[in-house]
Design a protein around this ligand. Structure first.
Ligand SMILES: NC(=O)C1=CN([C@@H]2O[C@H](COP(=O)(O)OP(=O)(O)OC[C@H]3O[C@@H](n4cnc5c(N)ncnc54)[C@H](OP(=O)(O)O)[C@@H]3O)[C@@H](O)[C@H]2O)C=CC1
Ligand SMILES: Nc1c(N[C@@H]2O[C@H](COP(=O)(O)O)[C@@H](O)[C@H]2O)[nH]c(=O)[nH]c1=O
Length: 364
């Protein structure tokens, strides 16, 4: 199973809207016979690749797979059928498939006389596939909120300038973070203040993520750097605004409903999910981060903290999230702390208890 998991992680690649899946097939004597992994929508599933590599040696053998084999016909046929047709007598998988369409594979296999074991190295397999698993369970993308802050919690100076708070190592790391997400998202304030590019630089290679910018009134300037055509871009407008002009082929537009706080972020998340986006890197700014955090839409926080003070006149890393007392604080659990050059990188996960409190505050 560890080998099957490793197949999905090295090198990291995007399979969205599909999961990472790895599979190793052993012959009837328990010897390695073949392996495969899923390379993305339209490509064969991991089981099918591994069975093809194993050939006749799969008969009477064991398939070890990181996700419960699918029982449905999507772009490719059901893996349960492929496994049965190959004469596999045992299937060991790590994580149950949570999707309505594809689940039920374990029962189907067992009904056909195959011995099925679920849950082997479940935690490790969950971690490797957490963007996809979280997003299909919540029917919205996994959201990583990344910010660069000073040690006193400022994301920009009083004049709005924020280049640069963190040094080269942390900025390179942030670009690597972009490379593993399906989309990178910023608010209209950041779009106008920074004119960000949001592509992959600093020597980070890979397929660039979809660039998503919130621009309720459709005021984006045709010369904006996100419209340079180097990666796909989506401009999100209010469904009460007209189509932004002058975008040409440089960007698509998505109209979403508005609330009194701006665009409806839950609706936006659902629409992005429906378009196949399974992970979003939220890069700010402070107002948009507040909307996501208060809405319980943040799954991980990556804080790059620079050893400098900007004082109270600077902009905060996040604006009002409706917290009035300590009891309501949006508490985090620290997953990792690392020093990158002169800066610190702190990776955190919202405590579920406080996520609920945030949701209550938000809906009150
Ligand atoms: N250090 C760091 O990591 C970062 C710093 N920054 C800095 O932050 C500043 C910009 O931050 P800020 O002014 O807070 O702006 P934001 O980037 O947070 O954008 C806020 C804008 O996004 C749009 N928006 C649409 N719907 C919502 C919603 N539901 N909730 C919140 N916003 C919504 C609105 O613009 P519209 O009406 O046009 O839709 C709103 O004015 C800049 O100075 C920039 O340099 C920015 C990013 C990261
Ligand atoms: N200031 C700041 C960051 N700012 C973020 O980077 C965006 C600019 O992206 P790009 O135009 O692609 O370089 C900017 O709009 C904001 O979201 N990031 C960091 O790692 N460290 C920093 O000090």
């Amino acid at each position: 199973m560890r080998r099957a998991i490793r197949l999905t992680a090295d090198p990291p690649r995007r399979t969205s809207p599909n999961p990472y899946v790895g599979c190793v097939v052993l012959d009837a004597d328990g010897r390695f016979a073949g392996e495969g992994h899923h390379r993305g929508a339209g490509h064969p599933h991991a089981e099918v690749e591994a069975l093809a590599a194993a050939g006749g040696r799969a008969a009477g053998g064991t398939a070890v797979v990181t996700l419960e084999p699918c029982a449905h016909r999507g772009r490719t046929g059901p893996c349960t059928e492929a496994l049965s047709a190959a004469g596999v007598s045992r299937v060991v998988f790590a994580v149950e498939d949570p999707t309505r369409d594809a689940s039920g594979g374990a029962e189907r296999l067992a009904a056909g006389g195959v011995e099925v074991v679920g849950g082997l190295h479940r935690e490790e397999a969950e971690r490797h596939n957490e963007f996809w698993l979280t997003s299909v369970r919540r029917e919205r993308p996994f959201v990583t909120w990344k910010f660069a802050g000073t040690i006193d919690g400022r994301s920009a100076a009083a004049d709005g300038s924020s280049r640069w708070i963190t040094a080269a190592q942390a900025r390179r790391d942030a670009h690597a973070l972009r490379a593993v997400h399906d989309a990178v998202l910023v608010g209209g304030g950041t779009l106008r203040a920074d004119n960000p590019h949001l592509g992959l630089r600093h020597g980070v290679v890979g397929e660039p993520p979809l660039r998503v910018v919130l621009d309720s009134a459709g005021r984006i300037k045709p010369g904006a750097r996100v419209l340079d055509g180097s990666a796909p871009t989506l401009v999100v407008v209010s469904d009460r605004a007209g189509e932004p002009r002058g975008l040409g082929a440089a960007a698509g537009t998505l109209a979403v409903p508005s609330t009194e706080d701006g665009l409806d972020l839950a609706a936006l998340s659902e629409r992005l999910f429906a378009r196949g986006v399974r992970s979003v890197l939220l890069e700010g700014g402070a107002r948009l981060a507040a909307g996501f955090l208060a809405g319980g839409l943040v799954d991980r926080v990556v804080a790059y903290l620079a050893p400098m003070f900007l004082g109270g006149a600077g902009l905060p890393v996040v604006t009002d999230i409706g917290v009035a007392s300590m009891a309501e604080a949006a508490r985090m659990r620290v997953e990792e702390v690392r020093q990158l050059g002169p800066d610190l990188r702190v990776v955190m996960q919202p405590e579920p208890r406080d996520l609920d409190a945030c949701l209550r505050t938000h809906s009150a």
